[in-house]
Design a protein. Structure first.
Length: 308
């Protein structure tokens, strides 16, 4: 998706003009993938823009950083303020938010420990990641021949920039073959997730998603959807899924900050269920979007109002 520029980006403690938010070409992260980041959304509500699960996203960023011995030189409260300030400066009612902490310019060599940790936060308007019509019609996916990296190669608990090279291989392979998205298996053949989304199946009203231990990211949307689903009365279980479980499911859908809740209508050219968004996916979308807009008081705690 193209980036729509706004005026300012928050960088190392201050708002700077969009085109001045630059890094040195010898920055460690550029050479070795040593960055941790988040993708967050702010939604328009009757009380102004509100950030969805800001706390959970920042918590994940600090724990991703900790896995790589990266000390983020700002407190969580400072980053909450910085996110609010950046959205206010952009004057947006809804947006995508991209905080990143990365090893900057200093020494060159694999060990990053002597390099500074730089932090930036950018915001811009962003529509639906997999296409507006995808939310209703669903997307076509392909099981990738690229495997999700093993926990002991690159821990999936960290949302780290370098970890996305595998996602890039899978995504490009899928789109070049005419599909919208890839689904990655792990080395044991179990389904993990999409290149940037968690995955769920629905069978006879029960909702199933792979356990995070099998290699998927512990998605913030994944856990919100599990809570919403249980609140709606659906049983939710985390268990192993193989590729044919996707072929034979009543419904399959992706979750993610970018993808929100996107139905999957075809897997490896097999039609899933009725071939379009199913009733459980629709019920979850309705409840999810009501919560993001601040229309459901049950989930009021999940929103951080920018102007409060
Ligand atoms: C590989 C991967 N899996 C899952 C997700 C979904 O996570 P979340 O719901 O926290 O955005 C993302 C997006 O951040 C991702 O990049």
């Amino acid at each position: 998706m193209p980036i729509t520029e706004v005026e300012k980006i928050w960088m190392n403690g201050q708002l700077v003009p969009w085109h001045e938010a630059k890094v040195h070409v010898l920055s460690h992260a550029l050479h070795y993938g040593s960055g941790v980041f988040e993708g967050i959304r702010a939604y328009e509500t009757s009380r102004g823009p509100a950030v969805w699960h800001l706390d959970a996203h920042l918590d994940r960023m600090y724990s991703s950083a900790g896995i790589y011995f990266m000390e983020i030189p700002y407190s969580k409260a400072e980053l909450v303020d910085a996110v609010k300030e950046t959205i206010r400066a952009a004057g947006l009612q809804s947006c995508y938010i991209r905080p990143i902490a990365f090893r900057g310019y200093g020494e060159m060599g694999v060990s990053p420990l002597a390099n500074p940790v730089d932090v930036s936060i950018a915001v811009w308007p962003w529509g639906t990641y997999l296409g507006e019509e995808a939310l209703e019609q669903g997307v076509r996916v392909k099981i990738s021949s690229w495997k999700r990296h093993d926990q002991n190669s690159l821990p999936s608990a960290a949302k780290a920039t370098g970890g996305y090279l595998g996602s890039i291989l899978a995504k490009v392979d899928a789109t070049k073959s005419g599909y919208d998205e890839a689904v990655l298996l792990n080395d044991d053949g179990y389904v993990t997730e999409g290149s940037g989304e968690n995955i769920f199946v629905v069978n006879g009203g029960t909702i199933v998603t792979p356990h995070t231990g099998h290699g998927c990211l512990a998605g913030v949307t994944r856990s919100s959807v599990m809570t919403i689903a249980r609140d709606l009365g659906f049983p939710v279980v985390e268990q192993n899924l193989v590729r044919t479980d996707l072929y034979t499911a009543d419904e399959v859908f992706f979750t993610g900050t970018a993808a929100e809740i996107t139905p999957i209508r075809e897997v490896d050219d097999r039609t899933v269920g009725a071939g379009h968004r199913g009733p459980v996916t629709k019920a979850l979308q309705d409840a999810f979007f009501a919560a993001t807009k601040g229309d459901d008081p049950t989930y009021a705690d999940w929103l951080t109002y920018v102007d409060d």
